[in-house]
Design a protein around this ligand. Structure first.
Ligand SMILES: *Cc1c(COP(=O)(O)O)cnc(C)c1O
Length: 487
């Protein structure tokens, strides 16, 4: 049977059908509500039986794709498995029933001391893991962290003399130049050389005292760790520019090396890519931003402090702060789950997570290398980037490969990103997948490569098993049809 929710719940309406009916009243009727409070016409709700409603929503929920249902190797995005104990902890009443306006100081503040302590300790853990001096936990996502970071960069340079440019490599995630532009900077893009590394000569030529910052992802979005990263950092500092670390790929380096030790001045973490709490299905994320000592005074307010009497409190007294960037304390539940995850794994566990993430990606790369062209033939970090250009010659594009995988119940890798790789297929298996799962994925990818060679037409018609086939994506975005109309 197809899982397709072939009809909207409104279309399943049958006049008079009921899911549940109350028995006849055996007490006197209360005084009726004043007429002005009463609906004059019936509510426009569909009438269905209880079972029909249960089936409708159960079937809809089965259309969701998540790490909990299937393999999800979406490169760059790190669709990390969320261990269930973190959900359990986040559901504790003391956390889940917290109200953001509880008084924070002694006396009434007793009610949220535990939660403030979680925030305070999380800051300390993130600082230790990244080698930074302090963190703000407020940004709601990676991109929001980037904007916060660039605002901090602007605040710093305002004190030192304004600057115009932010340097971004051409392999960067689109949110990097976008955040820099929103904060008012002009962007200079540096190419990736034929060896897969940032073009150092071009980089040097573009560095001058008008550059406010260099934004880098490390390992970069090609899944490669640049061995000259320290030199790149030193060159930026030599002209007074700050170095920004896009932390989307920190999962590969946990406990191995710290952005702060390399020379990065600011970092954002995507808690939802590194410390459990995946963002699948549009769920919340968190993008805490860490800074080196000279930027601490600019961090957003409020900040969690521990007073000399041991009480945790919120402090607003930072005259140079960039101000509020989010209400209250950020996505507290996400931060809490990341905190629990870090404590549960401990230092050794985090290092092992990074090692297995890298091992899994290299296993995929090694087994698929023969069938797909590698963007750059190097040992990869936690993700590997192939190109489907060999398959594209037969009319099988990255998009077609993605559709085949969807039909097989596997989430496609990231396609067409990084932009500098033609027909890019960016595979990030993460550390929690077993060899058996990886083998099913790899064997499917090999099957596709063989079909692309021998029977390409078989692939370009897919998916067959999905309720929705190939969308006109432009039309879907420009003319969305979201409203049900009674026919
Ligand atoms: C995901 C990602 C971002 C943006 O983070 P969000 O949490 O999705 O806003 C930025 N840079 C890179 C490299 C990413 O993969």
């Amino acid at each position: 049977m197809s899982l397709a929710p072939s009809k909207l719940i409104f279309e399943k309406h049958k006049n008079g059908r009921r899911g549940f009916s109350y028995g006849a009243l055996d007490v006197p009727l209360a005084k009726p509500l004043a007429v002005k409070y009463c609906r004059q016409t019936g509510a426009q709700l569909p009438c269905l039986s209880e079972l029909d409603v249960v089936r409708h929503y159960t079937n809809l929920s089965r259309l969701n794709f998540s790490v909990d249902t299937n393999f999800y190797p979406l490169g760059s995005c790190t669709m990390k498995y969320n261990p269930k104990f973190t959900e359990h902890i986040a559901a504790f009443e003391g956390f889940s029933q917290l109200h953001p306006l509880l008084p924070q100081l002694s006396g009434g503040g007793i009610l949220c001391q535990g939660s403030l302590e979680v925030l305070y300790e999380s800051e300390k853990l993130f600082s230790e893991i990244t080698g930074m001096s302090a963190f703000t936990l407020q940004p709601m996502a990676g991109a929001h962290g980037e904007l916060t970071g660039v605002m901090l960069i602007a605040a710093y340079h305002k004190d030192q003399g304004a600057r115009r440019y932010i340097i971004v490599p051409d392999s960067a995630h689109g949110t990097n130049p976008a955040s820099a532009a929103i904060a008012g900077y002009e962007i200079k893009i540096i190419s990736t050389g034929a060896d897969g590394y940032l073009d150092l000569e071009q980089y040097k030529k573009n560095l001058n005292n008008e550059v406010a910052a260099v934004m880098l992802t490390c390992p970069d979005t090609l899944g490669i760790f640049n061995p000259r990263i320290k030199e790149i950092a030193d060159l930026a500092h030599a002209v007074g520019a700050l170095l920004y670390y896009d932390g989307a790929n920190l999962n590969a380096m946990l406990g191995k090396c710290r952005p702060g030790d390399i020379g990065f001045d600011l970092v954002h973490l995507n808690l939802h890519k590194t410390f459990a709490t995946p963002h699948g299905g549009g769920g919340p994320g968190a993008g805490p931003v860490g800074v080196c000592q000279k930027l601490v005074e600019f961090l957003p307010i409020s900040r969690v402090i521990r007073r000399s009497d041991g009480i945790f409190a919120l402090d607003y007294n930072y005259p140079k702060s960039i101000g509020y960037i989010a209400p209250f304390y950020g996505n507290f539940g996400v931060i809490l789950k990341a905190y629990a995850y870090i404590l549960a794994l401990g230092k050794e566990g985090l290092i092992e997570a990074a090692q297995i993430a890298v091992l899994n990606a290299n296993y995929c790369q090694a087994r698929l290398k023969e069938y797909y062209d590698l963007a750059f033939d190097k040992t990869c970090m936690h993700e590997c980037v192939f190109s489907a250009s060999r398959q594209a010659k037969n009319g099988v594009h990255a998009l077609d490969i993605a559709k085949y995988l969807i039909d097989q119940g596997i989430h496609p890798p990231t396609i067409y990103f990084p932009l500098i790789v033609k027909e890019a297929l960016m595979i990030e298996p993460t550390e929690t997948e077993s060899k058996e799962t990886l083998d099913v994925f790899i064997d499917t990818m090999i099957q596709i490569a063989e079909l692309a060679k021998n029977n390409p037409a078989r692939i370009t018609q897919l998916p067959l098993n999905m309720p929705i086939k190939r969308l006109d994506e432009v039309r879907a975005a420009r003319q969305p049809d979201l409203r049900w109309k009674k026919s």
